[in-house]
Design a binder for this molecule. Structure first.
Ligand SMILES: Nc1nc2c(ncn2[C@@H]2O[C@H](COP(=O)(O)OP(=O)(O)OP(=O)(O)O)[C@@H](O)[C@H]2O)c(=O)[nH]1
Ligand SMILES: [Mg+2]
Length: 195
């Protein structure tokens, strides 16, 4: 649920990038960080080694500009799949406004994609949230890999809810800003409907 601070006239929304290990969640945040000016985004906090899996989470605040008098900010987190730190996923999921599901287009990752999406839906349900009512984007990442799973199959397996979707090559900054744009549109639409 977005947090509105009437004193500072800010609306803070929380979105998460989720998906199987190695799908490219951190690569998305790095791409957003390098593609936006410092007026739009603040620092990227990577609580992990420079390369390799994220142990805790990454965090990137992005400004969406003003809606009426209010400054709308997106607080973007990545959510690594890590059962050792369940308390971390608890904190990240609490009050989340929307999600980007980053799917890995490699054939060998399809089972992980499906499992990860099921797990996300279960976790959201545990928090009393209904994924079909949330702002969301399905990103098909790593479209550059040889023998990437055809889009039609990825869609059939991972996007039965007909969510907004985007192809991407996060390491080349292709499709990452478009994904964020779709997410922002979803969040703003939801905010407007709550007024
Ligand atoms: N070929 C290709 N490789 C990618 C792409 N996006 C990410 N990678 C690579 O995939 C690996 C994992 O990327 P990360 O961004 O660390 O993945 P992650 O989802 O944050 O992984 P965890 O933190 O372990 O959950 C890295 O070696 C990236 O360079 C892409 O679009 N194409
Ligand atoms: Mg990561």
């Amino acid at each position: 649920m977005a947090f509105t601070n009437f004193d500072t006239k800010e609306i803070n929304c929380k979105v998460i990038y989720v998906g199987p290990a190695g799908a490219g969640k951190t690569a998305n945040l790095r791409s957003i960080y390098t593609s936006t000016s410092s007026e739009i985004r603040s620092g990227l906090l990577e609580l992990s080694e420079q390369e390799g899996p994220t142990r805790f989470f990454d965090f990137l605040p992005v400004s969406l500009g003003h809606v009426r008098d209010f400054h709308v900010k997106l607080h973007i987190f990545t959510m690594p799949r890590n059962t050792f730190f369940e308390s971390v996923s608890d904190i990240i999921l609490r009050g989340v406004d929307g999600y980007v599901f980053v799917a890995d287009s490699r054939v060998e990752s399809m089972a992980d994609n499906i499992e990860s999406l099921l797990e996300l839906k279960k976790l959201l349900a545990d928090f009393g949230m209904n994924p079909s009512e949330m702002p969301r984007v399905i990103q098909y990442n790593k479209r550059d890999v040889k023998d990437a799973v055809p889009l039609e199959i990825m869609r059939q397996e991972l996007n039965r809810m007909s969510s907004p979707e985007q192809e991407a090559i996060a390491i080349q900054s292709i499709g990452t800003m478009e994904t964020l744009q779709l997410m922002a549109e979803g969040v703003l639409k939801k905010l407007a409907s709550q007024k």
